[in-house]
Ligand binder design. Structure first.
Ligand code: CA
Length: 227
C-alpha cells in the first residue's frame, strides 16, 4: 500500500511517515504543495493524506485539481482546527474523511484502514478473533459457538473493535466513530466505560482467553494477548 503524505510541518510529516512505515505501509512525503502536485502527477497512490493549510498552493487547490481527474483515490484531510468550515470545504471538494490536528496516531491508522477497506469495496460479511465471531449480515455474535445477545450499541462497539483488532482504539475514536460525537460537548468517557464493561461481561468474562483489554490512559484493544 502506497501512501502519499502532503504536509509542510516537517516534524509532523516525519512522525506520520515513521509511524506508517512501522505498520508496513510505503510512504512518500511531500513537504510543499508544489511537491505534492508533482508526486500526484507522477504515479498513482492507494491513499493520500493531505494537510489543508500549506504555504503556496494549499490543500484545497490540490484536492480540487486531484478530483478533476481522479475520483477514486481516498483522500484523508488534516485540518488544524476543528472548524466546521474546514471540514465542509474539505468534504465538499471530495475528501473522504478528515482528522483534526493534533490527533493520536491510532486515530490516523484506524481512519486509513477504514478508507482502504472502503476503497477495496470488499466489506467482509464476517469478522472474528479467536473463537469470537461476528456475522454482519445476520447481526449475530458467537463466542465459542454460543450466541451472545448484544444491544445495537454493543454490537456497533464490538464491530468497531473487531475492525481494529490488534490495534489500540482510543476513547476519542469511540466517541467520534461509534457515538458520532465529534464536538465532545459532554465527555462520553463514562458512557464508553459502561458500555465496554457490559460488552466485557457478555463477550469475555465467561470465556478464555480474554480478548478485550484496557490500555491504561489510552483506550482499549481487542487482542488474543494482553498488551
Ligand atoms: Ca500546515
Amino acid at each position: 500500500m502506497n501512501i502519499l503524505v502532503i504536509e509542510d510541518e516537517k516534524k509532523v510529516a516525519l512522525a506520520i511517515k515513521k509511524g506508517l512505515e512501522s505498520e508496513h505501509y510505503e510512504v512518500e512525503l511531500a513537504l510543499t504543495g508544489e511537491e505534492g502536485f508533482f508526486r500526484l502527477s507522477s504515479r498513482p497512490f492507494d491513499l493520500v493524506i493531505l494537510d489543508l493549510m500549506l504555504p503556496g498552493r494549499d490543500g484545497t487547490e490540490i484536492l480540487r485539481t486531484l478530483r478533476k481527474k481522479d475520483k477514486g483515490t481516498p483522500v484523508l484531510v488534516l485540518t488544524a482546527k476543528d472548524t466546521l468550515e474546514d471540514k465542509i470545504l474539505g468534504l465538499d471538494l471530495g475528501a473522504d474523511d478528515y482528522l483534526v490536528k493534533p490527533f493520536a496516531f491510532p486515530e490516523l491508522t484506524a481512519r486509513i484502514r477504514a478508507l482502504l477497506r472502503r476503497g477495496r469495496g470488499d466489506q467482509a460479511a464476517k469478522l472474528g478473533l479467536a473463537d469470537l465471531e461476528m456475522d454482519l449480515v445476520k447481526r449475530t455474535v458467537l463466542r465459542a459457538r454460543q450466541a451472545i445477545p448484544l444491544t445495537a450499541k454493543e454490537f456497533e462497539l464490538l464491530e468497531y473493535l473487531l475492525r481494529n483488532s490488534g490495534h489500540v482504539v482510543t476513547r476519542d475514536m469511540l466517541a467520534r466513530d461509534v457515538w458520532k460525537e465529534t464536538l465532545r460537548a459532554t465527555p462520553l468517557d463514562n458512557v464508553i466505560d459502561v458500555h465496554i464493561g457490559r460488552l466485557r461481561r457478555k463477550v469475555d468474562e465467561p470465556f478464555s482467553p480474554k480478548l478485550l483489554h484496557t490500555v491504561r490512559g489510552v483506550g482499549f484493544i481487542l487482542s488474543k494477548t494482553a498488551p
